[in-house]
Design a protein around this ligand. Structure first.
Ligand code: PRX
Length: 675
């Protein structure tokens, strides 16, 4: 067995584990979950009934008869026979106790504009009026798909909730995406209605957004999907502020339509738990976007439980997740999870570093935010642009989250000591669009944190690391491999919309023990990430399997090398890529670096970075070339685009980069490297 394992390639890991950080007694004392025995309730032998506890956080119109149905493996069904309404669970049921409590704090981008505080009562009224328009004026009904292309204003969650109230499936496309990208998703989801906004504020500018609606409709029509109606929220109700002309008979102002439905109440439609709540297209950078299909009962119960136990949200907290609702993080942890728990959730229209890197801390101070949730890319950007800003403001976080990419320990420590002022717990939550909610994290009231590692599987999630041949790698082996989840869970997507074959192939085929089986034990879920599990069960994510680089026969995770570079205080961001080395017929690493503002590039600094990597990882990872760039290519969802950098270093075509957050940087870097 040992021999067999050694023949199978694995990932080499050199990076040392970090020491634990412990939550303060004050945090533990108030935590929703401080019971260390919680994991006993979620051992594999208690699957699937252990998940009843998740569903019990919700109001059910009709209780389910079957907790888990695997007859259509691997499209799992949860809480079968149950009926509920997601909007009722996020709004109506809180009215008795929290009618006058803020549900949504809306922070417009302009600091001179007033922050809006929308109570649960007001949210209820606005959702009902919109549901009346959608049902009675537009004719939408349960099961129809509607594409939303809305920016970060309250109209976005209001629209999602109004759809959910009617059983209509929403498919929100990130507002920063082009009209064409939106049109492709309209076509794929077969939406006959598009809901958008005339304009919004971004980085100090007012952007014309309506223009994208016209492009989206045209793209969808070309592919055979007619869009009968475009419903337009106006950023400032009553004033149309887009230069793009209006199309008679197709375009309607939603703010005008809801005014006519003033005070109308719409009964929430009681939906089978297994029906679809929404589609969320993955932010995948290559190939056709995949519509992840999320259920009503399973998804909502999962995000409610995670919001309570991992985010530690109590109704009295002010909770700010600084993601965009156009991504799964926003769906789960700005809208559905927090609202299911009657929290006050912040919606921030702006960019975290505009007008300066103190903005998030001013918002936190003004609103009394005590739970803060963001991504490594935002943390790096705030550290780069204003490392000393947080201490200028008098806010007090009890809890902070990071999600979206591995976080380098050095960046983690800045987040913990400077942003959290050494008092807030940090949870590093690892999961994916497909998963609905968190897979690995510490439960903050019961487990210490470890910089650079996400936690163990959360209760109910049983991760396993396989090598390429399907052998399990034990935590004692100290080796990395492909991280999979042994068991299904309620928040997982049901399938890729209209593409079951792709669903099975991408996520299950590689490690499936028997494709004919309806036993869940035969269907581990493959995440596509490379990871290492330490003997304490904590998981370190090394990056996407496709980003792993092979140097002199060793397979190295990108995060490990980049983390070494980030130990150099002048470095703001690092990205490593594999470059074909013609002399040795193998690969060598190229390291791209962006420096903190005010730091001058020099050969000495490059040497220091190289040495830091050699120190952390070993000589094998010494970069063949270090390239200091003004900025990194990033996706709109905040991920470094190593693929683009690899193409530049390898003199390959960079492909379509128009959907990047900063496409212009690609040409700048290309010239720098190739000319
Ligand atoms: O590679 C992992 C990385 O992001 C991927 C999922 O991206 P997406 O579907 O856009 O969802 C992001 C928000 C849930 C994963 O396969 N990733 C996400 N969170 C972490 C992470 N990598 C390391 N640590 C994390 N905390």
């Amino acid at each position: 067995m040992t021999e067999e394992k050694e023949q199978v390639p694995h990932y080499d890991v050199y990076w040392q584990e970090e020491p634990y950080y412990y939550p303060s007694p004050g945090f533990v004392g108030q935590a929703n979950c401080s019971d260390p025995d919680i994991f006993d309730r979620f051992t594999l032998d208690k699957f699937p009934e252990c998940f009843r506890e998740f569903a019990d956080l919700l109001h059910w119109d009709k209780y389910w008869h079957t907790t888990f149905d695997s007859s259509d493996a691997p499209s799992w069904k949860w809480f079968v026979g149950g009926k509920l309404n997601a909007c009722y669970n996020c709004v109506d049921r809180h009215l008795a106790q929290y009618r006058n409590k803020t549900a949504i704090h809306f922070v417009p981008e302009s600091e001179t504009a007033r922050i809006e505080h929308i109570t649960y009562q007001e949210l209820y009224r606005r959702v009902n009026e919109l549901a009346a328009v959608l049902r009675d004026d537009i004719g939408l009904k349960a099961g129809d798909r509607v594409t939303l292309h809305l920016p970060m204003t309250p109209e976005l969650p209001i629209t999602m909730l109004a759809c959910a109230r009617l059983g209509v499936i929403h498919s929100e496309v990130f507002a920063g995406f082009s009209g064409r990208a939106c049109g492709d998703r309209i076509w794929d989801s077969e939406s006959a209605v598009l809901i958008t906004m005339d304009s919004y504020y971004f980085n100090g500018e007012r952007l014309d957004h309506k223009i994208k609606a016209d492009e989206a409709v045209e793209t969808a029509i070309k592919q055979g999907q007619r869009v009968n109606k475009v419903l337009i929220w106006r950023r400032h109700p009553g004033t149309y502020s887009s230069p793009t002309p209006w199309v008679e008979g197709r375009d309607f102002f939603l703010d005008e339509m809801v005014r006519k439905r003033k005070g109308q109440l719409i009964e929430p439609v009681s939906m089978p738990a297994e029906e679809i709540l929404f589609l969320m297209y993955t932010s995948g950078s290559t190939g056709r976007p995949k519509g992840c299909q999320h259920s009503i009962g399973g998804y909502l119960s999962y995000v409610a439980w995670m919001s309570r136990h991992v985010q530690d949200i109590h109704p009295e907290d002010v909770y700010w997740c600084m993601a965009d609702i156009g991504w799964i993080t926003g769906h789960s942890f700005i809208v559905y999870g927090p609202l299911a728990l009657a929290a006050s959730t912040v919606i921030f229209e702006g960019v975290s570093t505009y007008p300066d890197a103190g903005r998030p801390w001013r918002v936190a101070e003004e609103l009394g935010v005590n739970i803060f949730h963001t991504s490594p890319i935002a943390i790096r950007a705030l550290r780069k642009a204003g490392a000393d800003e947080p201490e200028k403001y008098n806010y007090q976080f009890k809890h902070m989250t990071t999600v979206g990419e591995p976080i380098e320990p050095e960046v983690w420590r800045w987040y913990y000591h400077v942003v959290g002022k050494g008092r807030a717990v940090v949870v590093d939550t690892w999961w994916q669009t497909e998963n609905g909610g968190v897979l690995c994290s510490t439960i903050p009231g019961i487990a210490p944190m470890k910089p650079g590692s996400t936690g163990p599987g959360v209760p109910g999630i049983h991760p396993v690391i396989f090598d390429d041949a399907g052998n399990e790698i034990s935590p004692e082996d100290g080796k990395a491999g492909n991280i999979c989840i042994r068991n299904p869970w309620p928040g997982s997507f049901q399938t890729i919309w209209k593409n079951r074959e792709g669903y099975v192939k991408t996520y299950y085929e590689r490690y499936c023990k028997n494709p004919e089986s309806t036993d869940w034990r035969d269907w581990p879920y493959m995440t596509g990430d490379a990871a290492l599990m330490a003997p304490d069960g904590y998981v370190r994510i090394l990056g996407r399997i496709e980003d792993v680089i092979e140097v002199a026969g060793h397979r190295l995770g990108t995060n490990e090398i980049e983390s070494g570079a980030l130990n150099v205080s002048e470095v703001a961001e690092a990205a490593v890529v594999a470059v074909i080395d013609d002399d040795n017929k193998g690969y060598v690493p190229h390291l791209y670096i962006s420096l903190r503002p005010g730091v001058a590039p020099s050969a000495a600094l490059e040497d220091k970075i190289s040495e830091a990597i050699v120190d952390g990882v070993g000589e094998i990872a010494r970069p063949a070339r270090i390239i200091l760039v003004p900025d990194m290519p990033k996706t709109r969802s905040g991920k470094l685009m190593r693929r683009v950098l690899a193409s530049i270093s390898n003199y390959h075509d960079v492909g379509d980069v128009t959907t990047l957050d900063n496409p212009a940087i690609v040409e700048t870097i290309r010239k720098q490297v190739q000319d």
